[in-house]
Write a protein of this length. Structure first.
Length: 343
């Protein structure tokens, strides 16, 4: 269609040139035969016609292309039309090229969002099946036995599966909130050490269940940051829970705070199996786990932490723990990272 439009444009230009030549020849003929008043009127009329023709040439021809864009754009609306397709930009008249490019960009964004939503729903459904299957299995065991000890063990396993499912749903909601379009931060002056203490207190039960000690470095220096406090607590909650889940019974999780010219850094180190360097980029994506780890966890903790850091323009790095054992997650927030913004 674009080639036909270009051919029509060339044909119209040729026709206009021919008519212009005939018009000039007619005016000259009348002038030579003394029809001065007629020539004057024709001259004025020719000016008006020239302006009109130029306007028609520049603004009427692209209408067909705009109609084509409108027809394709309507396919973006769910339930209307078929599969939306990008417009070939080669040969598009320059007057509507910006519109065509904007449409293609919008279509790319639209397709990317739908792909992310499909992947997210598929991953979430897969992860939710695990705790639900556990509840079903343990319920069947409890119903089929009269042994009180086996029933008690099944009931305990049901509670564990329910807790895992609840945690997964909570993390899914958190990740959805953090990844919403135009997420706006509400920064305030945050005491990072106090936030660490709050997170440790909140997870004391989970740590005690595995006899894990959580230590905060003894340096009493004050570390403050302009940030959204609720998001910082979400970050710490997920980092610490991840460390607790992958640490062995009776292990230790260490939290350190440091400041330099680059900003403020929070590091959480555990004594678990660690993450091989080849897996470190992958485990920061949702529902991804390290091959060296255990089957515990939802695969969302580090993804949530990464998103919080991104919202604050910070940096998250995974490395080896102390003495090459375990995992260290280092989060650095630059000075002024919590300025109010939409991401």
């Amino acid at each position: 269609m674009l080639n036909r439009s270009a051919a029509k444009r060339r044909l119209l230009n040729l026709l206009l040139a021919t008519l212009g030549f005939v018009w000039v020849a007619t005016v000259y003929f009348l002038y030579e035969h003394g029809a001065s008043s007629t020539v004057y009127l024709l001259f004025l009329l020719s000016v008006v016609l020239a302006v009109a023709v130029v306007g028609l040439q520049r603004h009427l021809l692209p209408v067909q292309e705009i109609r084509r864009i409108n027809a394709l754009a309507s396919e973006i609306v769910p339930g209307i039309g078929g599969e939306a397709k990008a417009i070939e930009e080669k040969g598009v008249p320059e007057e509507i090229l910006p519109i065509t490019q904007a449409y293609n960009l919008l279509l790319d964004y639209h397709e990317d969002r739908h792909r992310q939503e499909r992947d997210f729903i598929a991953d979430a459904s897969h992860e939710l099946r695990t705790p639900l299957a556990g509840v079903r299995l343990q319920t069947q065991i409890a119903m089929r036995t009269d042994d009180a000890a086996k029933q008690a063990r099944a009931h305990k396993n049901i509670l564990v599966a329910i807790d895992r499912g609840t945690r997964l749903v909570e993390q899914l909601l958190t990740l959805s909130r953090l990844t919403a379009d135009k997420k706006v931060l509400n920064p305030e002056q945050v005491d990072l050490r106090r936030c660490c203490e709050i997170a440790v207190e909140a997870l004391a039960g989970a740590a005690d269940a595995k006899r894990i000690t959580i230590e905060i470095d003894n340096d009493q220096a004050v570390f403050t940051l302009m940030a959204e406090k609720s998001s910082i607590l979400t970050l710490l909650d997920n980092l610490l829970l991840n460390a607790i889940q992958f640490s062995p019974e009776g292990g230790c999780v260490h939290i350190s705070l440091a400041r330099d010219l680059g900003g403020v850094t929070i590091s959480v180190t555990d004594e678990g199996p660690g993450v091989p360097e080849a897996d470190r980029a992958r485990v920061l994506r949702r529902f991804q786990k390290s091959a060296a780890g255990t089957k515990t966890g939802t695969g969302l903790g580090l993804a949530i932490a990464k998103r919080v850091v991104e919202l604050h323009s910070g940096d998250l790095v995974l490395g080896e723990g102390t003495g090459g054992r375990g995992l260290t997650v280092a989060v650095t927030f630059p000075v002024g990272s919590g300025d109010k913004r939409a991401c």
